[in-house]
Design a protein. Structure first.
Length: 324
């Protein structure tokens, strides 16, 4: 992580914020953990952000409503949990976008979040877009018969969010959008055949590898955008030096997330590739993945652009992502 020792201290009034997020502390939340720790340290405890895990303040699908009402000052949210409320940023949820690494995902997210259409959509919910809680590319982890090809997904029930759900339909699967906290039970009981999740840390975070038989490693289905948002009023009330501090902490926050993901991948891959592992790591043949991308990539992007062109500048947003 970034060397913080040389950063100058920041004077200011006492401000205490609450941050709402689901699940427990994990790689996904290391960014906001870094911001909270550094904000407190560099203001001598005057600016604190207390992180509430496990839906303590709000259900994961209601965080944007909580921000809108001012029930808490900050929250993590996933755009695909709030369809229709934040459509411009859903461009980042489209399947098979060419965002293979963390730095490209950061660039694309920041380009979209700073676009006027995105800001305006979130402003309707009194929300200020702060930064992305970046999620690695999605893969599937499932039970039962191992898919050897894209065709083997036909008829499967998949947890697939956003544009990945649209892609799943195009290969004959049935997508659903349950929140992360419900996935273990769904897989265990056979309500779904496979869970689409960011590789690899999320599968382990939600203990899916305890009940699964296989995991794909090379589908790179896409990701979903999960920004940290601030209540607009609370953010605007901050003194300028605190706003600047929040901006200055972004690099360190992104770095903390990236490092945490890399560490988890090492641990999980070692476990899953062990001789006694119950989970089999599966690679779908490259030519089939190419075909899957052909039918479920660009056509899904173009449909999204067409569906939204009268509501906001959808083509411009897609171009921003592709240029990033």
């Amino acid at each position: 992580p970034v060397q913080a020792a040389h950063h100058e201290m920041v004077d200011g009034p006492k401000v205490n914020w609450k941050y709402s997020v689901w699940g427990k502390r994990r790689a996904f939340t290391e960014g906001i953990e870094y911001v909270a720790a550094e904000a407190a340290r560099r203001t001598n405890g005057n600016f604190t952000i207390k992180i509430f895990y496990g839906d303590q303040l709000s259900k994961s699908k209601e965080n944007l409503d909580g921000i809108s009402l001012g029930a808490f000052e900050a929250a993590g949210m996933c755009a695909s949990y709030h369809p229709g409320k934040n459509a411009p940023i859903n461009v980042l949820d489209l399947p098979f976008l060419p965002m293979a690494d963390f730095s490209v995902m950061r660039k694309a997210s920041e380009a979209v979040y700073s676009h006027p259409d995105a800001k305006e959509a979130l402003a309707k919910w009194n929300a200020h877009l702060y930064m992305a809680n970046i999620l690695p590319q999605y893969e599937y982890m499932g039970r039962g018969e191992q898919p050897k090809s894209v065709a083997d997904f036909k008829g499967k029930r998949l947890r697939a969010l956003g544009g990945m759900g649209a892609a799943a339909k195009l290969i004959g699967a049935t997508p659903s959008t349950m929140p992360a906290s419900e996935t273990y039970t769904a897989l265990q009981r056979g309500t779904v055949d496979a869970i689409g999740f960011p590789y690899s840390y999320t599968f382990a975070s939600y203990k899916l590898d305890e009940v699964a038989d296989w995991v794909t490693t090379n589908m790179k289905l896409g990701s979903v955008t999960c920004p940290t948002v601030f209540n607009m009023k609370a953010y605007e009330a901050l003194p300028d030096q605190y706003k600047k501090l929040l901006e200055d902490l972004k690099d360190g926050a992104y770095n903390a997330m990236e490092v945490a993901y890399a560490e988890k991948d090492k641990i999980n891959e070692a476990r899953w590739s062990a001789p006694d592992s119950k989970v089999k790591m599966i690679k779908i043949p490259d030519d089939q993945m190419e075909e899957f991308r052909r039918i479920a990539g660009k056509p899904v992007w173009e449909k999204w652009v067409a569906d939204h062109k009268d509501d906001f500048n959808s083509q411009e947003l897609l171009d921003l992502v592709l240029n990033a």
